[in-house]
Write a protein that binds this ligand. Structure first.
Ligand SMILES: Cc1cc2nc3c(=O)[nH]c(=O)nc-3n(C[C@H](O)[C@H](O)[C@H](O)COP(=O)(O)OP(=O)(O)OC[C@H]3O[C@@H](n4cnc5c(N)ncnc54)[C@H](O)[C@@H]3O)c2cc1C
Length: 298
């Protein structure tokens, strides 16, 4: 079966073969692959059914802020692009029903304007809402998990499921309720009341991030997870004291500004980041006997 033909017949789904996907990740790694853009929930369902019936696996692509895309991929990427009318955010609501493809920056603007308590937790994180829920994205101000009430998803067979969140739904930088192939398309989200001081808190935290993180460079955020058992065990600190800041491998550089970030300074690819990650891991083990798990999805 010609998958391109099948997908192209689905209203609201667009198939692009062997597309240059370099701009589809925040690290701008060289990448070519097949991309399916879906613009409606029905199109998403039909796409997942068509792929699964033909035993074709797929990868879900949000903003690509936490994924290292490989140079070539024979597995298609699916990107959700659901319509969203921003006038929905003109008023404060108790509960928000939002498409997974909306970006956190749009939600942060609403939070600054209205002082939504709890929404400060995702200040400055580049992400789609779906990607942020998948990762339980968070900052020193908290995590997105506690703000999520229900998650609407479609599984690889096209079956719809609505999952109500409970205490076990999230842990550090991960969710615990999705199965392989599940695609989040909508999220119900709450806040913890309106509090004017939240606006100031968000602005100050954004300034702090700008000062301490290389936000203008091409990065994927923090490469390593901090060691959750020891709150003081910060991956960036170890990399810094080993004197590795600025170390560059094929155009991929350990950020001089924040050692847990890597910057693509040229036109690096997946293998270059992996090589640099392995250099750091070896040094950490050799010099300090510590191991850090990668936060970024390899
Ligand atoms: C400059 C910078 C700063 C960052 N700072 C932070 C930070 O402070 N805190 C933090 O937690 N993270 C941070 N990150 C990492 C990143 O922003 C988060 O991990 C974010 O949640 C990724 O969202 P995304 O939409 O880009 O998802 P992607 O990177 O595209 O995908 C991440 C994972 O989620 C899955 N996924 C995405 N969308 C869906 C969906 N709709 N349904 C099912 N699965 C899905 C993907 O398949 C993949 O496995 C930073 C990144 C950058 C570049």
């Amino acid at each position: 079966m010609n998958i391109e033909e099948k997908i192209s017949n689905i209203d609201g789904a667009e198939y692009e073969s062997n597309k240059d996907l370099t701009k589809f990740s925040t690290m701008r790694l060289k990448c070519r692959g097949d991309l399916i853009t879906v613009r409606s929930v029905d199109a998403l369902r039909s796409t997942l059914v068509a792929l699964t019936r033909n035993s074709i696996k797929y990868r879900v692509l949000g903003m690509g802020a936490n994924q290292l895309l490989s140079e070539t991929s024979d597995i298609p990427y699916i990107k959700l692009a659901l319509p969203f009318d921003k006038s929905y955010l003109q008023e404060v609501r108790d509960l928000y029903i939002l498409p997974a493809s909306v970006t956190l920056s749009v939600l942060s603007s609403h939070a600054v304007k209205n002082g939504l308590r709890g929404w400060e937790s995702f200040t400055g994180i580049p992400a789609t809402l779906g990607g942020a829920v998948f990762m339980n994205a968070g900052t020193n101000l908290g995590e997105i998990g506690p703000l999520i009430k229900r998650v609407f998803l479609i599984d690889k067979n096209g079956e719809e499921r609505i999952v109500t969140m409970d205490e076990g739904s999230f842990s550090y930088r991960k969710q615990n309720f999705l199965n392989d192939g599940d695609f989040i398309y909508q999220i119900e989200m709450k806040h913890f009341g309106v509090d004017e001081s939240v606006s100031k808190q968000i602005k100050e935290y954004l300034e702090l991030r700008n000062r301490t993180q290389p936000l203008k460079e091409w990065t994927c955020g923090c490469v390593f997870k901090n060691n959750k058992n020891k709150r003081t065990c910060l991956a960036g600190k170890f990399i810094d004291i080993m004197g590795l800041k600025g170390l560059t491998y094929n155009g991929m550089r350990i950020s001089p500004k924040h050692a847990n970030f890597m910057e693509n300074t040229d036109s690096s690819s997946h293998k270059d980041v992996v090589a640099l990650i392995n250099i750091i891991k070896d040094e950490l083990l050799l010099q300090y006997g510590v191991e850090f798990e990668t936060e970024v999805k390899l």
